[in-house]
Design a protein around this ligand. Sequence first.
Ligand code: OXD
Ligand code: MN
Length: 589
Amino acid sequence: MKNPGERTTKNKEIISWVDEMTRLCQPDHVFWCDGSEEEKDVLTTEAVAKGILIKLNQEKLPGCYYHRSHPNDVARVEQCTFICSESAEDAGPTNNWAPPQEMYQKLYGLCKGAMKGRTMYVVPYLMGPLGSPLSKVGIELTDSIYVVLSMRIMARMGNIAYEHLAERNDFNRGLHTMLDLNPDRRYIAHFPQDNTIVSVGSNYGGNVLLGKKCLALRIGSCLARKEGWLAEHMLILGVESPAGEKTYVAAAFPSACGKTNFAMLVPPPHFKGWKVWTVGDDICWMKPGPDGRLYAINPESGYFGVVPGTNSKSNPNAVKTISRDTVYTNVALLPDGDVWWEGKDGPVPKECLDWKGNKWTPESKEKAAHPNSRFAAPMVNNPVLDPQADDPKGVPISALIFGGRRASTMPLVFETFDWIHGVYAGATMGSEMTAAAAGGAGQLRRDPMAMLPFCGYNMGDYFRHWLTMRKRIKNPPRIFHVNWFRKDESGTSLWPGFGENMRVLKWIVDRCHGRIGAVESSLGWTPRLEDFDITGLDRFGPEQFNKLQAIEAKEWKQEVTSQEELFISLHATLPKELLFQKELLLSRL
Ligand code: OXD
Ligand code: MN
């Protein structure tokens, strides 16, 4: 039997790169992860002994642990995130760019000897099902045991990655060191031409679980352009009708806008016999299949979701998913070793420790759980995990949905006229910012296809790639736009959201199967009331429906004007088709 931490790969490229990085970082030990249960036990015990993890009440939360991050390190930091492509134009105006050689020099300078007195963990991981032509392998070197234990939830971690890679050299090279968590020395740098990531100075999930945003989206989008597929910030779900018909959709919403809730939706009682199955809640890799349809996989194997607001009304399946084998970060800790957050089921506790470890009572001014506190939970815990979630072929996508958080202007739902119009709707997506990224919460910003922080190359070229994909997909999915967040003049939400979003989903599914007609509006095809099921909705009738679907020409002229800002910033690469779409929209208003 091997000892924990012994190397299990013979891949020469991996061994020589790990040797090189070991010489650079000078750790006291190198621990090669294999992904086994024994290894998990050893590392968890060590993390608890060092105070990195706190063991939670195992009767209430079996297999669950608690982590507090440094208070200066609680969200993705877009200002410290760089795309170090050969030229600044390749990165484009929506990314921070630095010349690759300069950035390597700076970061390798910071990494030099940075792991002295620490262990370097070699974390092999597979993004996507074993044997799928869409899957990719990454190796993350890290000095954070929290990263290792989170990576084994979020990705297929361990020997499975070596098995998928075999002797090939096309693995992503990821180097992560926490340094001293000083925000002035925090960089998340991507080198698309080398399939390499270097992340220093942070220990927050989105900055350091390198399979997720860094590989699956930023580097992934570059690989997707080169190889002819799509790497998107989208959930994937399957809708099953009472007759057993299954329809898969993928949906792009910005961070913390309810992708996890939508992916695990429980249909309201009125939709008896309907079921929603989750394939993924955050990332979607899609490629045309042999039958001309677009096939999607979820490259991840866990959910890194926002905790506050999770309860049995907003997301009963998430509540079950996070009841075991979950790592909680920055929520509040109860005296009996349970966890708490704002919006949790049950009473507000009389007393607890807040996310910083300070005593908290209901009188406290600050929130007990950080608004971006997170769970990392394995997808196998999800009671509605789609049986096809691990299928190497992926699932066939019938609809793509774009959506933002918009208090005004945007109707609940419309269907775009065709692929190019759909790309325009996605490209001009706007959303009010959330706590998932540091700074600016509440402000409206353009977040094209929810990829603003995640597109690893020039956004104009990304739009071009989307337009080009149309020719490669013989049977393209229909493209829709939704907005769950519209409010009336008094600031009251017009739509209940959550499970009731099933009504929108049903309309989308019926449109995909050509079962219902729709009204041609200036924005696209919109639902006729007779095709949109509102039965059983509390205080919701035709009047509310019309309000929710209203398209105000005045608001839309402002909207198009505000889209101009993005278009002007991208003028050097913006496909002219999108300008034509803007003109067509104006002519319809
Ligand atoms: C996430 C994000 O963590 O988008 O998924 O920020
Ligand atoms: Mn996300």
